[in-house]
Ligand binder design. Sequence first.
Ligand code: PA5
Length: 401
Amino acid sequence: MKLDITTYMDNFLDKELVKKYSSRKEEVFQKLDTAYMNGWLSPDESSVDEILKVRDKVFSHSKCLVVVGIGGSFLGSCALYSMFTSYFKKQDFQVIFAGTTLSSSYMKELLEYLEGVDFSVNVISKSGTTMETSLTYSAIKKIMEKKYSIEEIRNRIIVTTDSVKGNLRREVEEVGYSSFVIPDNIGGRYSLLTPAHLFPLSFCIDIRELISGYMEGLKLKEEAFSYAVVRRSMFDQGKVIENFVTYENNFYYYMEWLKQLFGETEGKNGKGIFPSSMIHTRDLHSLGQFVQEGNKILFETFFKIKNSSSCFIDGKELHPINLVVEDSVIAAHVSGGVPCVVLEIDEVSPRNLGEVSSFFFLVAALSGYLFDVDPFNQPGVEVYKSEVRSRLNSIGEKYEK
Ligand code: PA5
């Protein structure tokens, strides 16, 4: 992984601000090392063998795995799953990500579809009480009860939750499902290397490769700090939006993952950089106008992929053309007053994405400290939940979290 935070940034940066935030390095490193939720800095790999064993069991009796989870219990695995599976080829084994909506038309179709396939379920919830997850899981269990015996259901439900707390853990203890643990000291959005994501991902990639890349990324603390300083300085200079840009359509959910990571980490106490994303070249024909000539509130972080699948059109290789377009867009945006960071990887592989992902964890956490907020909580999410709870309770519906 190569990070360029100077070429298209230096001319815009206020050097005094950079000096001010750079001087906080020892303080924020110390805060990170002693943080109450920093389990993601030393992930426990001991569950890998069990993950592969349970995956093989699922392969032996199912054609589909329904992953039920939301937020940090879904975005990481969905991001990498969509990156490493074909755009068009029908998979021999399908993974469906559900539990992210209360749309009845979606739910109806999902349940009807599941009636006709042999499937297993991996329900993922650290708390065990998230509304969307609980409702979807409960609806899917009803379908299972129509199709399978009690013994078969026991073999087809895999629960990933807290080691002791919550409804799901209680259910595991009562019924005896296979289960995995989300450690106490790792929050949802930092949980990529826990079974919450490793188990669903074991169906499409070599998770050991992902883990080894992730461990490499954790070594990039100095680089992550420099990027965090640039981001923090940009914010003080009125660049309150970071636009993540990709030239690969299958990075869509990875962008969503980044948005959650930075949005939930920094967005509190009236502070934080708003994370947005664009897929080029598609969005050059829509939001591109705003970036080039609109309100100068953005800076951008471009993902550059050096090598991609070989595809020739009219005798010309396509990927180099995509890269020329990317370089041209960066130059145009810089000339329009938009500072840019470029993050380059050789190719899209589980190892490289592991490295990039743990690097972003470091950037997010260190940025959070530079904003003087707690990078690991998300108190704001509770506000809408309590509003929902009181309204649902008033119409007689129970809502637990
Ligand atoms: O990052 C977070 O903590 C949240 O996005 C949670 O992951 C999300 O709300 C789901 O929570 P749970 O895993 O408890 O169902």
